[in-house]
Design a protein around this ligand. Structure first.
Ligand code: SF4
Length: 324
């Protein structure tokens, strides 16, 4: 196995793509060879992405009561989850939360709203918030995740100062209908196409552990590669009580880190960001994921669940020798 891993590492480091079959062969890596795979993915990350870990803070700017039925999500009105429900926060509150995140050391700040999409009045407020945050903190990268969007709204966001838009595909197309029935994979791909036309950077990814198999996880990596994205959002399912996936057993942590490492082989020069679920799924192995090809993470709390204390995450990354 180590010979195979070495050969594929050399191939990637010499700027050549690995094939789907080659990526699938890495799924066979087991036992102590896993650590050889992780170290190899780490060398690819070092070569293409350097030694800096990009930090992003997300904030729930409009929470709950969503009319979509995404099975994993605590914010769907189809689920009984007891989360806080509130309408879009004020522009002053957006600014306050951004300031707090920037003071804590984040590089990116992302406004996230529940719901399939925003109405015009809400979009006006988001644009005003983005423009005010950008004026006050010109160095901060601003992101948003606002659901489905049309071209004029995407253009307005870009003109207001938005750098990047997050819109996840969640899983492979053949599994999507088991995760959501109120919109389609095609809807999601259309939004990504609109974002590209508007010239926004795109962060897109999915959630591992929803019931897809290992082969589908690798295939998902190639779907993301085909979209030529700026950042890959790698979530691990956090099965929240009351959601449609509450009973799902977590995948073994080493299996999830193996997929992260294989994604680095598939997408050597892209940002790969650990997002929701790392604390719950990786537990004591969180540091290992950053030694297996990951070069970005969310810090702080998530939309409806707690994250690690920011100070502890920053200490871990500095202890690992990263620049943050
Ligand atoms: S993931 Fe987004 S669209 Fe789906 S239910 Fe949750 S808030 Fe709604």
């Amino acid at each position: 196995m180590q010979k195979l891993i070495s050969n594929l590492t050399s191939k990637v480091l010499s700027q050549r793509d690995i094939s789907k079959d080659e990526a699938l062969s890495l799924l066979q890596v087991k036992g102590s060879d896993l650590f050889y795979l992780f170290a190899s993915a780490n060398s690819i990350r070092q070569h293409f992405r350097g030694n800096k870990i990009s930090l992003c803070t997300i904030t729930n700017a409009k929470s709950g009561d969503c009319f979509e039925d995404c099975k994993f999500c605590a914010q769907s009105r189809y689920h009984n989850t007891n989360i806080a429900v509130y309408p879009l926060i004020s522009v002053d509150e957006m600014l306050r939360r951004a300031e707090q995140a920037i003071r804590a050391g984040t590089h990116r700040f992302c406004l996230v709203t529940s719901g399939g999409s925003l109405d015009d009045k809400e979009m006006d407020l988001i644009c005003e918030g983005i423009s005010r945050i950008k004026n006050k903190f010109p160095h901060i990268k601003l992101d948003a995740s606002l659901g489905k969007i049309d071209y004029p709204a995407a253009k307005r966001l870009k003109e207001a100062g938005l750098n990047r838009y997050n819109h996840n595909l969640e899983t492979v197309p053949e599994y999507f209908s088991q995760i959501c029935s109120t919109h389609t994979y095609r809807d999601r791909l259309e939004t990504i196409s609109i974002l590209k036309q508007a010239g926004l950077e795109i962060c897109c990814g999915g959630i591992l552990g929803m019931g897809e198999n290992e082969t589908q996880r690798v295939e998902f990596g190639f779907i993301l590669k085909g979209l030529d994205l700026d950042s890959i959002a790698l979530n691990f399912l956090n099965p929240i009580p009351g959601t449609g996936l509450a009973q799902r057993e977590p995948s073994p942590a080493l299996e999830l880190i193996k997929i992260a490492a294989i994604l680095r082989f598939i997408l050597p020069d892209k940002e790969i960001r650990l997002c929701g679920g790392r604390e719950k799924n990786l537990r004591g192995l969180q540091a290992l994921a950053f030694c297996a090809g990951i070069d970005a993470t969310i810090i702080g709390d998530y939309l409806t669940t707690k994250g690690n204390p920011v100070k502890e995450d920053l200490e871990m990354l500095i202890d690992l020798g990263f620049s943050v």
